[in-house]
Design a protein around this ligand. Structure first.
Ligand SMILES: Cc1ncc(COP(=O)(O)O)c(C=O)c1O
Length: 397
């Protein structure tokens, strides 16, 4: 019996698989430094955990409305108003993480054969999610010289009559690039002129380290662009709540209704207890969250400096998220430990097998010649991991 064509196209999430391999080796007693994980090492803040415990003790354990509890949708709408976005609670759907919110959003707007413009380097799941809804991913390569940001000329080139949507992810995973308001305005004008949807994945919006740059949601740049944008966000990254699985979409009412209908027939509501935890994350004390942001900034500065001090490696200082995207092209074409380094996957393999450092090779993000280092891990691991990468380069090249 044959699996569906769609199922055969879907790859396992590379980042999750790599992180699982690193953790497996760790469990076997190997001292692996795991730079591959996309999740903060911090505990979920105490007040958030307490809200969940309270919810259990108060028996808040039944089905909730499938689109999420009203109070949480209201809190999300209020939170979005800080970004200049006016949404009603009815425009918000709470989903099982932002990955699920993305799947719902694409299910709501994509017909088979519709093209979706994805900007590389991209978060690896975009391509698979678009494939899952029978859309056609159209990859546009951004350039290092443009700080990995797309130009409207490039979008024009990729556009066809079948283009239905474009994904923007700012701050970006894996590059840490953050689009300015000006840059987003040009993209918004393009989307409005071409009459396409924009999916704006803003999951790292609270993790911006530049004083000069603040987060701008493309949906805040006018009525017409807001109407065609689906904003995606979640609690995983900035509240250290990856396992709780809470995310959301904000969109016009018709799309929100379609997303809610889809969700009502697939997963139904997000875990009731996790929703109460998410409500506390938005409404409660944020001091632990602010400390995390400071710590991320400190780690970013440290790892970026260490890597830039290593000969042959280079990177652009990330403005947001918690990844450093390192150019390893100067290492390629050499043999190390009996392995010919043809691409960054080979480099990552040698780093893991011989130096016990797990990083993500950039093929996972649709580009060649880079590795992604996640600095959402302890300072001890960052210091040790940087030492090992330095040893790898200095001893072999
Ligand atoms: C850009 C981006 N979007 C969405 C997600 C999904 O996050 P979650 O489903 O945990 O909310 C991730 C996680 O790595 C991500 O990096």
């Amino acid at each position: 019996m044959k699996l569906s064509d769609m199922a055969l196209k879907i790859r396992p999430s590379t980042t999750l698989s790599l992180s699982a391999e690193a953790n497996r080796r760790k469990a076997e007693g190997v001292d692996v430094i795991n730079f591959s994980a996309g999740e903060p090492d911090f505990n979920t803040p105490e007040n958030i955990k307490e809200a969940a415990i309270r919810a259990i003790n108060e028996n808040f354990t039944k089905y909730t409305p499938y689109e999420g509890i009203y109070d949480l949708r209201k809190a999300v709408a209020e939170e979005l108003s800080n970004d200049g976005l006016e949404y009603e609670p009815e425009d918000i759907v709470i989903s099982n993480g932002s990955k699920h919110a993305l799947k719902n959003a694409f299910s709501a707007i994509i017909d088979p054969g519709d093209e979706v413009i994805i900007l590389a380097p991209y978060w690896n799941s975009y391509v698979d999610i678009v494939n899952m809804v029978y859309g056609v991913p159209v990859i546009v390569q951004t350039r290092k010289e443009n700080l990995f940001k797309v130009s409207v000329d490039q979008l024009e080139e990729a556009f066809t009559p079948k283009t239905k949507a474009l994904i923007i992810n700012s701050p970006n995973n894996p590059t840490g690039a953050v689009y300015s308001e000006d840059e987003l305005r040009k993209i918004a004008d393009f989307a409005v002129e071409k009459d396409i949807y924009v999916i704006s994945d803003e999951i790292y919006k609270r993790l911006i380290y530049s004083r000069k740059l603040r987060h701008t949601s493309i949906a805040s740049l006018g009525k017409e662009i807001k109407e065609r944008t689906i904003v995606i966000d979640g609690f995983s990254k900035s509240f250290s709540m990856t396992g709780w699985r809470v995310g959301y979409s904000a969109s016009n009412r018709d799309i929100a209704q379609a997303i809610a209908n889809i969700q009502s027939n697939s997963t139904s509501n997000v875990n009731s207890v996790a929703q109460m935890a998410a409500l506390e994350a938005l409404r409660g004390d944020k001091s632990e969250v602010e400390l995390m942001l400071k710590e991320f900034q400190h780690r970013r500065d440290f790892i970026a400096q260490r890597i830039s001090d290593i000969p042959l490696l280079s990177s652009i200082l990330p403005k947001g998220a918690f990844y450093l995207f390192v150019d390893v092209s100067k290492l390629l074409g050499h043999e190390v430990k009996g392995v010919m380094l043809n691409d960054s996957t080979d480099a990552a393999r040698v780093l893991l097998d011989h130096y016990n450092v797990a990083v993500v090779p950039s093929d996972a993000f649709g580009v060649k010649n880079y590795i992604r280092i996640s600095y959402a891990t302890s300072m001890r691991d960052i210091v040790e991991g940087a030492n090992r990468i330095e040893k790898f380069v200095k001893r072999n090249f």
